[in-house]
Structures are given as C-alpha cells and as structure tokens.
Write a new protein. Structure first.
Length: 140
C-alpha cells in the first residue's frame, strides 16, 4: 500500500472514531463522503463502486453506508489512478517556446481588444454624425 494512502486511511479512521465516538473494540468504518475524501475521488465514484459491487460496504441501522478501511484500500489499489504529470521530462527549450507563444497570444488578444474598442468608438462617432439635426423653430 502507498504510504500516503495508509496515512490518510489511518487519519480518516481516527477522525471517524472521534466523530462517531466509536468503542475501541469495533472496526472504524467510513461513510462514502469520508471515503471519497480519503482517496481523493468523488462521492459518486464511491457510490458507483458500491452499486456495482466493486467496493464492499454495509448499511447500518440508520440505512447509511459504512465502508471498512481495508475494503477501501483493496478497491483503491486496483481502481484509483494516481495523477501523473503529462510531460514529466519537459525540456527547458519547450518551456521557453511555451512562454514565448503565450506572450504572443496575450499580445494578439490585447491588440484585438484595442481594435474592438476603436471600432466601437468610431461607430459611435459615425452614428452621431449620421443623425439629422433637430431643427428649431427659427431654423428654416
């Protein structure tokens, strides 16, 4: 088992013991929300696994799901993927190209915004000039 998962499960079990005030001789169980926090997945992923019988869980007297840490660990070992960097070996040249392209895209966006502002200002001026002046009673 991964050390981080082992620590999270241990901390999660301690938190559950404190929250539920469990007796020491009972095994600590987690709710689907607590289990999801421990393994860093959504609660719905936990519920799907329970409904598909991939994750063992029991219902208590209050009709709440309870998951044993060992069952969560077993499910997590073969179901949960650890996120890895998309490009772990990114070279400095690629990073420089990326920053240059990002700067170029930002400059193009600023130029586009400025052109749109100028267009709107010129449009306003043209509409104002195109309006026929309101004639006064003395104007003939």
């Amino acid at each position: 088992m991964r050390p981080a998962l082992r620590k999270a499960l241990r901390l999660g079990a301690k938190a559950i013991r404190r929250a539920d005030q469990m007796v020491p001789h009972t095994l600590p169980h987690m709710s689907p929300a607590q289990a999801a926090q421990v393994v860093n997945v959504s609660r719905w992923a936990i519920m799907r696994a329970i409904n598909n019988y991939k994750l063992k869980a029991i219902r208590d007297n209050q009709n709440h799901w309870r998951i044993a840490p060992d069952d969560l660990e077993a499910w997590c070992a073969h179901s949960v993927r650890i996120a890895q960097a998309a490009h772990p070996n990114a070279s400095p040249e690629l990073r420089e190209k990326l920053t240059a392209e990002t700067a170029r895209a930002d400059a193009a966006e600023r130029a586009r915004d400025q052109a749109e502002n100028d267009r709107d200002r010129w449009r306003g001026m043209a509409e104002k000039l195109a309006e026929t002046p309101r004639r006064r009673w003395w104007w003939r």
